[in-house]
Design a protein. Structure first.
Length: 287
C-alpha cells in the first residue's frame, strides 16, 4: 500500500484550501460582472463565460503538468485552446501569469544546474527578439494569428517526426541564433519552444541539465513577454482576474509534473518532450 507522509498530506490540504479559495473567487467574480438583466440571451452569455472559465482551469492544470515535468511546453498546451475562447492576446497574458509563478518555483532548482556559459548568449538573444514578436501579435487579425500558431507547432512536429536533430557547432553564434528564433516566436505566439528544445536537447548532457537550461530560458521568456504585453496594452482587468484564478491550478499541475520528473528515467523525459510537440502540432492543425 502506498504510504503518504504527514508532510505530503499537509501540502495536499494546503493546495485544496487555496483551490477552494480561488474557486470561490471565481464565483464571486462571475457574480460581480453579471449583467443585471433577465434577458435569456444575456443569461446564456453569463453561463457560457462560466463554462469557459472552468475549461480554462482544466487547460491550466494540463499546461502546468507539462511545464513542471519538462521545464517548458506549458504555453504550447494552453495557447491554442485558450485562444479559441479568449483570443491570442488575452490568452497569452492569462497563461503567463501562472507561467511566471511556475517558473519562479522551479528557478532555484534550475539555477544550480544550468550551463550558464552556453545559456548567456541564448538568453540575451531571446530578450532582444521578444519585442518584435509581440509587436506583430498586436498587428495581425485573430484568425490569422491562430492559423500561424498552428503552422508553427506543426512545423516543429514535422522536424521531430523526421528524426532531425541539430548536429552543428555550438557556441555563442548558434546559441544566439536559436535564441532569436525562440524569442520572436514566443513574443508572437507563446509557442516558440521548438528552436529552444531542438538546440538544448541536441547536446549530449544529462536530462537534468537539459531540463534546467529549459527552465531558465522559459523563466526569462515568461517575464519578458508579459512585460511587453502589458506595455502594449494587451492586459485588462478581466484577463488579470482569470489569470489569477487559473494560476494556483497551474502550480498544482507543475508540482505534480516536477515530482514525476524525479521518478521517471531521463530518456522518458526526452521522448515525452518530443512526442508532445508532435501531438500538439497535429491537434492544432486539424482542429
Amino acid at each position: 500500500m502506498l504510504q503518504i507522509s504527514v508532510d505530503t498530506k499537509q501540502k495536499f490540504a494546503l493546495l485544496a484550501f487555496w483551490t477552494l479559495m480561488f474557486a470561490g473567487l471565481a464565483v464571486m467574480l462571475e457574480s460581480e460582472i453579471r449583467i443585471r438583466s433577465k434577458h435569456p440571451l444575456l443569461e446564456l452569455i453569463q453561463t457560457v463565460l462560466t463554462i469557459d472559465l472552468l475549461a480554462a482551469i482544466g487547460i491550466g492544470f494540463t499546461g502546468g503538468l507539462m511545464h513542471g515535468f519538462t521545464g517548458w511546453g506549458g504555453a504550447m498546451v494552453m495557447m491554442p485552446l485558450m485562444s479559441l475562447m479568449y483570443g491570442p492576446v488575452q490568452s497569452l497574458g492569462i497563461i503567463l501569469i501562472g507561467g511566471m509563478l511556475v517558473s519562479a518555483k522551479l528557478f532555484p532548482w534550475a539555477a544550480k544546474r544550468t550551463d550558464w556559459q552556453e545559456m548567456k548568449p541564448l538568453l540575451s538573444a531571446i530578450v532582444l527578439a521578444i519585442p518584435a514578436g509581440t509587436y506583430l501579435l498586436f498587428q495581425l487579425e485573430l484568425s490569422l494569428v491562430i492559423k500561424i500558431i498552428g503552422v508553427i507547432i506543426m512545423m516543429s512536429a514535422l522536424l521531430q517526426l523526421s528524426g532531425w536533430s541539430y548536429k552543428g557547432p555550438r557556441g555563442a553564434v548558434p546559441a544566439a541564433s536559436a535564441g532569436l528564433a525562440c524569442g520572436f516566436i514566443n513574443g508572437f505566439s507563446g509557442c516558440g519552444g521548438a528552436p529552444l528544445v531542438l538546440y538544448i536537447l541536441s547536446k549530449p548532457v544529462p536530462a537534468e541539465i537539459q531540463r534546467a537550461n529549459l527552465i531558465i530560458a522559459v523563466t526569462v521568456i515568461s517575464f519578458c513577454v508579459f512585460t511587453f504585453l502589458v506595455i502594449g496594452g494587451g492586459m485588462d482587468g478581466r484577463s488579470l482576474a482569470r489569470g489569477v484564478i487559473i494560476a494556483p491550478i497551474q502550480l498544482l499541475g507543475a508540482w505534480i509534473g516536477a515530482g514525476l520528473f524525479q521518478r521517471l528515467p531521463g530518456e522518458v523525459f526526452k521522448r515525452f518532450s518530443l512526442i508532445m510537440l508532435i501531438v500538439l502540432g497535429l491537434s492544432v492543425t486539424i482542429f
